[in-house]
Design a protein around this ligand. Sequence first.
Ligand code: 5AD
Ligand code: SF4
Length: 418
Amino acid sequence: MNVHDSEKMVGVLKKDGYSQTDNLREADLIIFNTCSIRQKAEQKFYSELGRIKAIKNERPGLRIAVAGCIAQQEGKALLKKVPHVDFVFGPQNIHMLKDIDIHVSTNVFLEENPAIAEHDLPVNREDDLRAWVTIMYGCNNFCSYCVVPYTRGREKSRPSQNIYGEVNGLAKRGYKEICLLGQNVNSYKSNISFSNLLRQLDRIGGIERIRFVTSHPKDLSPELIMAVKESVKVCEHIHLPLQSGSDSILHGMNRGYTYNDYIGKVFTLREKVPDISITSDIIAGFPGETEVDYLDTIRALKEIEFDGIFAFKYSQRPFTKAAGMQQQVEEHVKSERLDEILKLQDEITIRKNRALENTVQEILVEGLSETDKTKSSGRTRSNKIVNITEPNIARGTVVDVMITKARKHSLEGRPVGL
Ligand code: 5AD
Ligand code: SF4
């Protein structure tokens, strides 16, 4: 989401006559697009911001802006706390970049912006093969650990005709894959449902693959599962954050489902869409998480066998309900649990990948492998990276590949019939 927001910031500024530079010393304006989902992300930002101070001292004309979720969260206080910051704007205020004079601006732009979904911003895309497409903004779920509803505001869906128009334009420009973006894509609500949006986009010629992130388990409807099954271009992969395998923790997190509800949906997904890859997010050490709760998560991971997970230690976030809960779990306990979770999942991931050995997979080739220039690299429909023993396959080509070896983070294979 932040990568795509940055593409919009560059898009707006370029339209205004600016150009982008990788050289900090050359820049008139430096924008930090920040994330505050966990404290670690915040710490990273503050240390980067500290490093930039010397450049600002050398060149007082340089403007420094802070964008994104930390900007929204800290607001005016950030200007006081860090005097070398000139202005701050939140994720709902990217559009204001087109109106301000950066050379004089010292201000905060943090208003709720319900019109965000109606006014499309120019996008300067970093990739010419795969494109992010926002379909909805904000989040109404208020999971008790999560800062996003406070920084990105209320849910708002883009009209489907705007999305259709954007994807059509991308197809004409040669894009092969689109990834629909939203904090909670399956609660997309406009003139049509999310399932029908997928079915509509599926008919756009030129696009080979359609993905979407992130889905919320409580909103994963039978219609959506059927749309994934029946749409040719919609890939057999879903990222479906479980967060915990314990019902009492799920309740405390305000997730709106039980472990049984979740496993039922996994069962249906696998029944209707054979070979679907399912990935997930897990939080270790949510307040009140006992050894028994943690073991419920371990049991869940063994039972479900995700293709991969992102796992994190619980992090206390401002404004959130969980931050004020008694019984915060000790840091070393969180670390131990996280380590065990990751270790277990590594074994499962490699096992899942091995099951692909000697199967033929459809690969969208992205170019030469970064680590081995004698190979091409691409992804399966299930979003796994495959290195192919053939360097001369054009970027954007779809090829069938026999998987010869599985590793933890990638697969190897050779083209079939080339
Ligand atoms: N602490 C730890 N992990 C968090 N996430 C969101 N908020 C927190 C938090 N306060 C994780 C969730 C979510 C992913 C994007 O980040 O697992 O699915
Ligand atoms: Fe955060 Fe929950 Fe919304 Fe995801 S669904 S952004 S975890 S509040």
